[in-house]
Structure formats: C-alpha cells, structure tokens
Ligand binder design. Structure first.
Ligand SMILES: [Fe+2]
Length: 401
C-alpha cells in the first residue's frame, strides 16, 4: 500500500424516507436554492414537485434548472451559472443521477469562478494548464440512481460540445455539503438503468483493483466484497424491483465504490473510463454501457498480456466468482474470469459490444485516435498495468466489435 491523504467532508443522511426531511438538512445553507435536474423529468416529476413544496414551505425560494442531459454539456452549466449570479442563489440542489450531480457541482463552483468555465477542467489535451476551482456555493445531492458516487466525491464530468471532449474537474471544493441518500427513490428505477448504473459502480471498483497498487490486501478484500455485493444485489433487484432493502444495499455500495476510501493507497488509474469517455463524447453512449464494452474487451486483451496480469485476473475470479484454480494455469482462470463478467452482463441485459451499442465498427481507427488524444498520457500511452499504446487500443476495440 502506498502513502495517501484522505479527505472526505460530505455529510451523508442515508435512509428510507430521508428525502422527506430536506429542509432539516439544508436550512443553514441559505434562503434561495437552484434545483438542478434533467431536461426530461417525466420519471422525477412527483419527486421534484415534493422537493419544491418542502423548500417553499420551509421558507426557501426555489429556482428550477431542468435542462441537464445524460452526458451533460458545458453550455448548460454556463447557462445555469448565469442564472445563479443574476438571482443571487445561495446553494444548489442536484436531483438525479451522475449527470445531474456532476452538473450541480460544476454550476456551484462555476458561479464563483472568475475565468472561462472550461478552464476548470483538468482532463484536457490542448496544452492548456487548467485552473481548478477553489471555492463553490454549497451543494446538496439527492441521488436517484446508484452508479457514479458523485454524491460522495469531488469529481464532475462534462462534455465540451464545441471540442467534443468529455473532461472532468477534480477539486476538493466540489465535495457536496450534504447528500441525502434515500433508497426508496430508486425503487421505481427501470431495471435497465439500474443494471447500467451497477456496471458503472462495479467498474469503479474493478479499475482500482486491476490498475492500482497490487500489494494492498485489505483494499483487495474490500474491493472483492463490493463487487460481489453489487452482483448479488443486482440479481436480487431484478427478481424483486420494489425491495427497498436490496435497493438500499445497492445504493450504499455505489456510493462507496468511488468516494476515496477504497482507492486510498492504491494510486489507481482508470483506463476503461478514459476509453469510455471517448465513446460517450462521440456517440452519446450511456456511461455504464461504455464501461461494459471495455469490461468485455479490455479484460480479454489485458488478461493475456503477462503472467502478473493473468495472476491478478485469476485472483479476481477466485474471490468474486468462486472459480477453482485446482489443476489450472493462471491463464486459464483469467480467461474464465473475463467470461464470467461477460456472462453476467448478458444475464442483466447490458450491451457490451460496439455493435450492440450502435457504435459503428468502421470507426475503430477514429476512436483509437480520439482515445490517444484525450485519454492517454503525453507519450500516447493509456495509463494501465502495463501501459497500452495505440496498437493495443486498436486491438481492444477490435475485440469489442
Ligand atoms: Fe464511472
């Protein structure tokens, strides 16, 4: 395990029915709130109406910004910051999944940011040295989709619609002030969205397990336990979608998956996310689906690269799927592990190939160029163990057909 510094100041109010107590949690934050949600609020209409009523009855003025798209756009973040400045908004409330929560963080920080908002984004490859925000309006998150951990981390991802680059802000000021996590809000979430969100959460754990420090037994066991939990709970939710206990476990698992605790001491990289962001930016593919594509192809590609990789994948298969290693080589068990994940994604109905996700396979060279431009280091290598160059990226994409 490597040295690390851990800081996570998010106050979490977790519980069934907690979204009925919003005023209690936000009353110290000010008198005027911007509520941020999706441009299509069909599934959230009654929840949003209830939140608006709670706030109004609690003496808090409400301004609505229901414009966020899945794979949120920088232009909408800019638009909302102008509203916050003009209206003198005191704090922002995000009601929705990762796109909404990430937008809410960027809006709250962007309102106080003195430069062009694109300058906040650290993941850029145009040579510009970004200037992360140092201050933000307070934020409140009310997640309705277990997936990104945005409710407990200091990351915000958005797409610059002009450059077609999906990039992110990482800054301590982005930690939400309060996250009100009410699992009952996820009971009516359709199975497909639940499964895609679960794959995102699972991929956060897998990225760190496979591409972080490999000598951290405690962190390994925590990761393996979280992956097993996400797999088990998704199966239970598919059988019984209204079971709030399973929804609660899934939501807490997703929150823990990328909130900094599991990643402590690993110094992990996120190659699947780096490649997945390119697919989202080019084809608007849902985030979790892009990760399913690379859980399939990146796994099959990398688990054959060298003996250390094979041993790591074999360990993963043994701990997560209970694979026997008796009389088998690490290579054989590593391949079985990759197949277990692929079968699981088939079982839960998440597409995991380019063609199943309606991404043209004729674009593979173009996608590889974009990954090198936007997801690789200054030497054109994808941060992975081991690092992967353009040729390897093309091979991964070919395996993803
Ligand atoms: Fe993710």
């Amino acid at each position: 395990m490597q040295n690390f510094e851990l800081y996570n100041p998010v106050r979490v109010a977790f519980g069934i029915g907690e979204s009925k107590n919003i005023v209690k949690h936000v009353k110290k934050l000010g008198k005027k709130a911007l509520i941020v949600s999706y441009d299509d609020i069909t599934f959230l209409e009654s929840l949003l109406s209830d939140i608006e009523t709670q706030l109004t009855n609690g003496g808090i003025d409400v301004i609505k910004f229901y414009r966020v798209k899945a794979n949120p756009l920088l232009c909408h973040i800019k638009e909302a910051t102008e509203i916050c400045k003009k209206e003198g908004v005191d704090f922002c409330i995000g009601v929705g999944g990762g796109s909404v929560m990430d937008s809410t963080k960027a809006i709250a920080a962007g309102t106080l940011y003195k430069n062009d908002l694109w300058n906040m984004f650290v993941s850029r490859h145009d040579g510009f040295v970004s200037i992360p925000p140092e201050e933000s309006l307070p934020t409140v998150m009310i997640p309705t989709l277990p997936a990104t951990s945005s409710e407990m981390n200091c990351i915000a991802v958005a797409t610059n619609e002009v450059t077609q680059e999906k990039a992110y802000i990482v800054a301590p000021t982005l930690y939400p002030t309060v996250s009100i996590i009410d699992p009952s809000l996820t009971c009516t979430l359709p199975i497909y969205q639940t499964a895609v969100g679960a794959v995102d959460a699972m991929s956060h754990v897998l990225e760190a397990y496979l591409n972080g420090d490999q000598n951290s037994p405690l962190q390994d066991r925590l990761h393996e336990g979280l992956i097993v939990t996400i797999i088990d709970e998704l199966r239970e939710i598919i059988k019984d979608p209204l079971n709030v206990e399973h929804r609660a476990t899934m939501q807490w698992a997703a929150s823990l998956a990328w909130n900094g605790y599991l990643q402590s001491g690993l110094n992990a990289t996120t190659p699947m996310h780096q490649m997945g962001h390119v697919l989202s930016a080019l084809y608007n593919t849902p985030h979790g689906v892009t990760l399913a594509i690379f859980i399939d192809s990146y796994f099959r590609y990398t688990c054959t690269l060298n003996e250390e990789r094979e041993a790591r994948f074999a360990l993963l298969g043994e701990k997560v799927f209970g694979l026997s290693r008796d009389g088998k080589t690490n290579h054989q068990v590593a391949e079985e592990t990759a197949m277990c994940f692929i079968k699981f994604m088939d079982e839960v109905g998440v597409p995991h190939t380019l063609s199943a996700a309606n991404i043209p396979v004729s674009d593979i060279e173009k996608i590889a160029d974009e990954i090198v431009a936007h997801g690789c280091d200054s030497e054109g290598m994808l941060p992975s163990i081991p690092k992967i160059g353009r040729e390897g990226i093309v091979n991964i994409l070919k395996m993803a057909k």
